[in-house]
Design a protein around this ligand. Structure first.
Ligand code: FES
Ligand code: FES
Length: 537
């Protein structure tokens, strides 16, 4: 086993080396209590308010550039920063020399209570950097979507959106990335992280951040009880809210092979070498490991590595299945999607996760690895019971494979929650079928929030499959839902509400997908209706 070493990352213009701090120290605690950078604030400590938003910089695989993403510092652990750069509100400018984002916030009176302002400034800086790099400008709705993870509880978002537009009217001044690139190149030569220190409770705790799939598989097999952590967007809450000790931790975020999105064309048992990196560039490449497990179909398939951030994974999914775009925008907040992963969302197995209903409706399968052995299973078979899955000791999720929907597939994703943005679903439904001469085929109705696990509505599907897709069959399916599910009452919704809304969603799906006079998506979507209203105004 490797020797322990300090955590090393770029912050405040130089490489910082940290040792001795408990491995579960959050980035926010480090900033405020150890680095004395108190500009970053703590509101909720659970990834909900955005007061703690910081930027994390990561070197691209070619080592030439650094990419920046906004994350919530309160639910990121310090060892996750190893080899990366941390930028905070202190990096944006000084009181006598404001950056364009800060100046725009001042000019538009966007600093209202002041407490959440640093978080807004960091999210807006990420937006500013992204658009300046591409030479584009966000619409007001784009800005609102980008700010969905920053909570303003006082006078509202109008001045903040004004500032988001105004910042592009300032003299261009982006963050200087050259020193970051130079520092991160140097950090690339460090061995994979093995960090040891006493936990907050005083017990020895180890953190490993392997860089290859083989290293990860060997560690996982040797330490089956260690906690696998990808984006920490859920585990961070266990620590902050439940004061849980995680024991030994294996981080998956530095394993390059888990950060790729590959497009594979499966012919029988083989895989063609069309390879796409997580940033979307197509290139020739070797056949992927999935060739070793039974092929799901002969269709093109997206193979999403388990450590690909949710934001990139959903962008790839929504590009192929545009009907999932609204669900993507409502799937947590941008900083949570930048940190969380699709693999983590799937392996977590929450009955109210928004990823599994979409993936199950699309017929996704999981590639699981134990040492050098791969096996595959349909995602719908992975969940055994409440928070119980089919993983064996030492096994982990390597990738999620999502086949392209058959031609003619009609699919819709619906999220029912109390708040439109950044909320947890009471019910999430992703419904899919293909019409063949008016008859429903390949029916897949997947629901979250209706049972102990996300699962398909077998009886409702049977009520529709092979029948004409009409008023009578949709009503039969809606009725059959009462045999499929016995939902529970909790703080998000009552059992009766869940049952009623699930049946209504089947009806809505029929109204939007029926052969005759389907209701246009634009008039059935709140999000699209808002856009429409704005463009008319
Ligand atoms: Fe609220 Fe971090 S403190 S998101
Ligand atoms: Fe802080 Fe509105 S700006 S609550």
């Amino acid at each position: 086993m490797s020797s322990p070493r300090p955590i090393r990352f770029f912050h405040q213009g130089r490489v910082q080396s940290v040792e001795g701090l408990p491995p579960q120290t959050t980035v926010l605690q480090y900033l405020r209590e150890h680095a004395r950078c108190a500009g970053t604030k703590e509101g909720c400590a659970e990834g909900d308010c955005g007061a703690c938003t910081v930027l994390v910089g990561e070197l691209d695989t070619d080592g030439e550039a650094v990419s920046l993403r906004a994350v919530n510092a309160c639910i990121q652990f310090l060892p996750m920063l190893d080899g990366q750069a941390l930028l905070t509100v202190e990096d944006l400018g000084a009181s006598t020399d404001l950056g364009p984002v800060q100046q725009a916030l001042v000019d538009c009176h966007g600093s209202q209570c002041g407490f959440c302002t640093p978080g807004f400034a960091m999210t807006m800086q990420a937006v500013y950097e992204r658009h300046q790099a591409c030479g584009t400008r966000p619409t007001r709705q784009d800005l609102a979507d980008d700010l969905a993870g920053n909570l303003c509880r006082c006078t509202g978002y109008r001045p903040l959106l004004d500032a988001g537009e105004r910042m592009f009217e300032q003299p261009v001044r982006t963050l200087d990335r050259a020193p970051i690139v130079a520092a991160l190149r140097g950090l690339r030569d460090d061995p994979a992280l093995h960090y040891e220190a006493r936990s907050r409770a005083g017990t020895p705790q180890r953190v490993f951040a392997p860089r290859t799939l083989e290293e990860l598989a060997a560690l996982r097999e040797a330490m089956p009880d260690a906690r696998l952590v990808a984006g920490a967007t859920d585990v961070g809450l266990w620590v902050n809210k439940q004061q849980r000790e995680l024991g030994d931790v294996i981080l998956t975020g530095r394993v390059e092979d888990l950060r790729r999105i590959d497009v594979i064309t499966v012919h029988g048992q083989g895989a063609a070498p069309g390879v796409m990196s997580a940033n979307g560039h197509l290139s020739a490449g070797p056949a992927v490991a999935a060739a070793a497990v039974p092929a799901p179909t002969s269709r093109t398939t997206l193979r999403i590595g388990a450590a690909v951030p949710l934001e990139e994974a959903w962008a790839a999914l929504a590009e192929r299945v545009p009907a999932l775009r609204e669900l993507w925008l409502r799937f947590a907040s941008p900083p949570v999607r930048n940190a969380g992963t699709l693999g983590g969302n799937v392996a977590n197995g929450s009955p109210i996760g928004d990823g599994p209903p979409a993936l199950i409706a699309l017929g996704a399968r999981l590639v699981l690895r134990l040492g050098a052995t791969l096996r595959a299973m349909p995602l719908e078979d992975f969940y055994l019971d409440y928070m119980k899955n089919a993983l064996r000791p030492g096994e982990f999720v390597e990738a999620v494979e999502v086949p392209e929907p058959p031609a003619g597939t009609r699919l819709r994703g619906y999220k029912i929650a109390k708040r439109y943005d950044s909320d947890i679903s009471a019910v999430c439904a992703v419904l899919s079928l293909r019409l063949e001469d008016g008859v429903a085929r390949d029916v897949r109705f997947a629901f979250g929030g209706m049972a102990a696990t996300v699962r398909r509505a077998a009886k409702a599907e049977a009520a529709v499959s092979g029948r004409a897709w009409n008023e009578a069959s949709q009503a039969a399916a809606a009725l059959a839902l009462t045999e499929d599910f016995t939902p529970m009452t909790d703080l998000r919704a009552s059992a009766g509400y869940r049952q009623r809304v699930a049946a209504n969603l089947i009806r809505r799906f029929w109204l939007e997908t029926r052969a005759d006079a389907p209701v246009a998506a634009a008039s059935a979507s709140v999000w699209q209706a808002i856009n429409l209203q704005r463009s008319v105004a």
